[in-house]
Design a protein around this ligand. Structure first.
Ligand code: AP5
Length: 215
């Protein structure tokens, strides 16, 4: 199964991706996670990406496309993949089409997670993540059992640098201008499904399982 999760920041892409990945045993490929790992490791890619990420803008297409061309050809992606945060521009979507054509692969579905801006701002200002394993928490809905300590790995649970209200609002604007047009792009290909991501995590999970189950 090859799926794209499309949606604004805070729609719950990372949260739901973990469920889908576990159920269908496919690779979860998050461009945001790969970029943050590069920033942390101080690679050339991380150094180039950091300023765009901190400001809530998009990292240039040529960097992202090169990164994903190699990631999608790694072994674990052969059994199927779930893309979280990619593509985000029409240039990235066209590059993905070209790569999949060359590899003889097809997308099964693009799932749009739809949610209102005020819900996004509330979710992201209260989001915390484990700096070691990436487990996602929320100070209101899912705090770690011990303050600032990851339940899973004992790592430090922190707030992402781009989860301030001003940067979240910039990310929402960037989503509307550069990523939202992809909804129409994939609708025209006949593979778009839309799920209301406003409800509780388990109800969104049930909606997605229903959508993917038909594939
Ligand atoms: P990225 O890491 O992809 O960030 P994003 O798309 O802004 O998405 P988020 O990770 O903020 O949100 P999410 O939808 O995964 O929500 P989550 O599940 O965590 O990208 C970061 C940056 O990297 C970009 O700004 C850009 O600079 C760069 N970048 C990445 N990809 C790029 C690309 N392709 N091209 C160019 N640049 C790129 O949930 C959020 C919170 O809500 C959590 O606390 C969670 O517990 C809670 N929550 C989730 N679902 C629910 C629910 N149903 N009810 C209540 N709470 C919920």
């Amino acid at each position: 199964m090859r799926i794209i999760l499309l949606g604004p920041p805070g729609a719950g892409k990372g949260t739901q991706a973990e469920n889908i990945k576990a159920k269908w045993d496919i690779a979860h490929i998050s461009t945001g996670d790969i970029l943050r790992a590069n920033v942390k490791a101080g690679t050339d890619l991380g150094k180039a990406a950091r300023k765009y990420m901190d400001e809530g803008g998009l990292v240039p297409d040529e960097l992202i496309i090169a990164m994903m061309e190699s990631r999608l050809q790694e072994n674990d992606a052969r059994k199927g993949f779930l893309l979280d945060g990619f593509p985000r521009t029409s240039g990235q979507a066209e590059a993905l089409d070209g790569l999949l054509d060359r590899l003889g692969l097809k997308l099964d579905a693009v799932i749009e997670l739809s949610v209102a801006d005020d819900v996004v701002v509330k979710r992201l200002t209260s989001r915390r993540v484990c700096g070691c394993c990436g487990e996602i928490y929320n100070t209101e809905a899912k705090p770690p059992r011990v303050d600032s300590v990851c339940d899973k790995c004992g790592g430090e649970v922190v707030q992402r640098d781009d989860d301030t209200e001003a940067v979240i609002r910039k990310r929402l604007t960037v989503f509307r201008e550069q990523t939202a047009p992809l909804i129409e792009y994939y609708r025209n290909k006949g593979i778009l499904m839309t799920a209301d991501a406003t409800g509780a995590k388990d109800s969104v999970k049930a909606l997605l399982e229903k959508s993917c189950g038909g594939k």
